[in-house]
Design a protein around this ligand. Structure first.
Ligand code: BGC
Length: 500
């Protein structure tokens, strides 16, 4: 107790003078460290050995100008061929686990489970074996945004039928890999799938129907997730003894001023961005957050619509989705300042307009190479505290957290970011009692950053994309993270650039 108190004093004093590096807390013994990637962003081999086309293949091939640098992920990091090297990088870092995703269309080229591509299965099976042989636990995401194109041809996620096809795909994955995979993440970031894919159009399939298709998509995604969860729970859990959950992304939304209106707007934004997904699954009441239902119903009424644009759940669906996650997977990158705009013009139909707020970032915050990503570590702790209160202290896996630059090898910006964010994570565990069990840094290596192409880099390893061999070189941040994992606390020094 005495020691704990002393730690508190040290942390507070150092934080107050702006030195965040010296947190004396250690990561708990059962805490695990990893890194994360996603199939489309690293694998390449887009049409190799029977893989089918997905929505990212389609949009980058049909509309190259839509990607910032006009490039695609046909080869990307070529992990389809270089997976043994990837395992060696993981081994060098000393991570406990690797979070990666399966490409649905590599396993089921048409999207449907009638036809299995055994070459694709072999690829993942060998990869999982190689990880385990090196003492690295596979943490597998079933869906990281790469819907098989034939399912998009049926309307994609706004079509409720996709939930059943996702369940079929999940079944194949549990059957084939569940003997060795003990942590499953059903879906990565529903908000990005629906808002960006079908709302703003900034992600594949690039559809711009905000305020309608994004909400339809949301209903399907939540049901799809719950179907996969119940399938695992009922038929596989006993035998395979794993855990299964969903990953939700969240910013921290801070009121820009102390006014009640801004505070309410910030809370409403939390509920309509994060609560949209978390409330149906993790709250005791289930269903969408009340404020979200009210806002969209009122806006819909003002638009002379008979029904709300937010599709309802039946009572059975609410019960089915509620509690359907063994843990909360949380991705977090940055913080925004929110001002109220709830008396906005209701003739505009959009998710953004439904939220009734304006968001900005403070110009004094440390920038990254991505316009939306500023280094604001205190927002991470506030988010974790908010989640603790809102959802009764759920068990959390941090499934992504990362910093964008343009590719420096001595990447001090990235090290500064992770120092700060991991410092706040330690405070959340030790001072606030949050139940955070693991941390996955985004990302193992530079990769295809979606609509930004290769213009933004998030990797611990630099990848030379002009080299046919796609050579990987450790950055300073790789050495930093390796040392952090070894010490189980934040290292005091910033490492020099040493090849490990
Ligand atoms: C996604 C990653 C992406 C990262 C950085 C996350 O939202 O899951 O795929 O690369 O953000 O933008």
């Amino acid at each position: 107790m005495e020691i704990r108190k002393m730690n508190v004093v040290v942390v507070l004093v150092l934080t107050s003078i702006g030195v965040i590096q010296a947190n004396t807390f250690h990561f708990p013994d059962n805490f695990s460290f990893g890194v994360a990637t996603a199939a489309y962003q690293i694998e390449g081999g887009w049409n190799k050995s029977g893989k089918g086309e997905n929505i990212w293949d389609r949009i980058t091939h049909k509309r190259p100008e839509w990607v910032k640098d006009g490039k695609n992920a046909d080869i990307a990091c070529d992990s389809y061929h270089l997976w043994k090297i990837d395992v060696q990088l993981l081994k060098q870092l000393g991570v406990d686990f690797y979070r990666f995703s399966l490409s649905w269309s590599r396993i089921l080229p048409t999207g449907f489970s009638e036809y299995i591509n055994w070459n694709g299965v072999r690829y993942y099976s060998d990869f999982i074996d190689e990880l385990l042989a090196n003492d690295i636990r596979p943490v597998v995401t079933l869906y990281h945004w790469d819907l098989p194109q034939p399912l998009q041809d049926l309307g994609g996620w706004p079509n409720l039928l996709i939930a059943s096809y996702f369940e079929d795909y999940a079944k194949v994955a549990f059957q084939l890999f569940g003997d060795r995979v003990k942590t499953w993440i059903t879906i990565n970031e529903p908000n990005e799938i629906c808002d960006t894919g079908y709302g703003t159009g900034a992600a594949a399939p690039g559809i711009e129907e905000s305020g309608t298709l994004d909400y339809l998509c949301g209903k399907t995604v939540l049901i799809a997730h719950a179907k996969a969860y119940h399938l695992y729970d009922k038929y596989y859990r006993n035998k395979q003894k794993g855990e299964i959950g969903i990953t939700i992304v969240s910013r921290w939304n801070e009121p820009k001023t102390n006014s009640t209106r801004d505070k309410e707007a910030a809370e409403r934004t939390m509920q309509m961005q994060f609560g949209w997904w978390a409330h149906p699954i993790f709250s005791t009441k289930g269903d969408y957050p009340l404020v979200m239902k009210e806002r969209i119903r009122n806006m819909s009424q003002c638009q002379n619509l008979e029904e709300s644009r937010l599709p309802k759940f039946t009572t059975n669906e609410i019960e089915y989705i509620k509690g359907s996650s063994d843990f909360m997977g949380l991705n977090h990158y940055s913080t925004w300042l929110i001002t109220d705009d709830s008396e906005n013009n209701c003739t505009i139909v959009s998710y953004e307009n439904d939220m009734g707020m304006k968001n900005v970032q403070d110009p004094s915050w440390i920038p990254s190479a991505a316009s939306w990503l500023k280094d604001v570590p205190w927002g991470f702790r506030k988010l974790l505290q908010w989640i603790k209160v809102e959802y009764d202290n759920p068990l959390i896996h941090i499934t992504e957290n990362g910093f964008a630059d343009v590719g420096e090898l001595h990447d001090t910006g990235r090290i500064h970011y992770h120092r700060g964010y991991l410092n706040e994570l330690l405070n959340a565990i030790h001072l606030d009692g949050c139940k955070i069990k693991s941390y996955a840094l985004w990302s193992l290596m530079d990769n295809m950053e979606w609509q930004d192409g290769y213009t933004l880099k998030f990797g611990l390893y630099y990848v030379n994309f002009s080299d046919p061999l796609r050579t990987r070189t450790p950055k300073s941040s790789a050495n930093f993270y390796k040392e952090l994992i070894r010490l189980r606390r934040i290292p005091r020094d910033t490492p020099q650039l040493i090849v490990i």
